[in-house]
Design a protein around this ligand. Structure first.
Ligand code: SAM
Length: 344
């Protein structure tokens, strides 16, 4: 008589789903790097045509297209030819306003290689995606992969979230917003397009402001979005704004630096001015949610910071002279809500 081990109480499939995340990510990243979705916009391809276009054999061409279809990136028409799915057509075609490929390139070219050394980060409690002996921070003008990918990538990550922020908070009450560490100006472009009375200032490192001139110009907003170069640890923030936005800034820094940035924002705002903190907040009980908790671990690899909780921010805001008035939750890409505070 054969004896069987009892059936396990839970299925191991969720573990396989996590483990195969690397296959799915690399499929997406390679297809994006090959320009597959941009090429397929408004057309279809057979395996043979795709293989001939890239000078590759039938087998790998078929496997890549099948893999893309299996994870929702491609559909098949009635002839069996592959077309973009709606998801790919909306977010993976270069040049579209919500193109997400910029962020895929950051993960693929900059973060993915660093994750080979995640354990070094864990044991040493320091970032590993850049050399802490040679650079002052992650945001260095002489890191070619960062300059090539990061600020375009942040634009990709932030543009969709900016639309959610514009829905969640009534910017009709704001006349001039200061976007501290505003990067590629994704928020300023979206908000100025939605709110005709609004003007914005991006305050960021001088070399980043140079990179951001083009997207602002392309959006036809040079007359409403100012770019001011500076260092928020060393320079006074520009005055004469009634709101300050901090989007994915504070999680880059340790608690002491967070306090310094909040103090600087407090000095730049009049009494009653708004401070908006937009990022992926970790739950107060530190059990999730996954995108926030994984981004927080990502901050170990990339920075000296972590993703903080609403409760932590509420205490620090109070110390910096702010009353926290509201937390508006939404499902963004690099943010799951906005914490709204008022300068006392
Ligand atoms: C994670 S990105 C966020 C960009 C933008 N707020 C967004 O959400 O799309 C962090 C930004 O902070 C800027 N930054 C880093 N250190 C800075 C400093 N000392 N002074 C001003 N900006 C800084 C970086 O250049 C970068 O644009």
């Amino acid at each position: 008589m054969t004896t069987h081990a009892p059936q396990p109480a839970v299925s191991p499939v969720p573990l396989m789903d996590i483990a195969s995340g690397v296959y799915a990510f690399k499929t997406l990243a390679l297809a994006d790097e090959l320009g597959l979705f941009t090429w397929l916009s408004g057309r279809s391809t057979s395996v043979e045509e795709f293989a001939a276009r890239h000078g590759i054999e039938h087998r790998p061409a078929e496997l890549l297209l099948t893999a893309c279809a299996s994870i929702g990136l491609l559909d098949q028409d009635s002839t069996g030819a592959y077309t973009n799915s709606l998801l790919a057509e909306q977010y993976l075609v270069e040049g579209r306003p919500h193109y997400f490929g910029g962020w895929i390139k950051v993960v693929n070219r900059h973060e993915y290689p660093a994750y080979e050394h995640l354990e070094t980060s864990l044991r040493g409690n320091h970032p590993i995606s850049w050399d802490v002996e040679k650079q002052e921070s992650l945001f260095a003008p002489d890191d070619p992969i960062m300059v090539q990918t990061f600020w375009d990538g942040m634009y990709s990550l932030s543009r969709y979230t900016a639309g959610l922020l514009a829905d969640a908070f009534d910017f009709g009450v704001v006349t001039r917003i200061l976007d501290v560490g505003g990067g590629g100006a994704a928020f300023d472009i979206e908000l100025c397009q939605r709110y005709p009375q609004l003007r914005a200032t991006v305050f960021d490192l001088p070399f980043v402001c140079e990179l951001t001139r083009k997207p602002v110009s392309d959006a036809g907003l040079d007359d409403r979005i100012d770019l001011v170069g500076g260092d928020f640890f060393a320079d006074r923030l520009p005055a004469d704004h009634d709101a300050v936005l901090l989007s994915n800034i504070l999680h880059d820094w340790d608690e002491a630096a967070v306090g310094r940035i909040l103090d600087a924002c407090g000095k730049a705002l009049p009494a009653g001015g708004y401070l908006l903190i937009c990022e992926s907040f970790v739950a107060d009980d530190k059990t999730g949610p996954p995108l926030a908790a994984l981004m927080s671990l990502n901050m170990l690899v990339e920075t000296w910071g972590r993703n903080y909780t609403v409760a932590e921010y509420t205490g620090w805001l109070d110390a910096a002279g702010f009353d926290t008035t509201n937390f508006l939750r939404f499902d963004g890409l690099g943010a799951n809500g906005v914490l709204v505070a008022h300068k006392r």
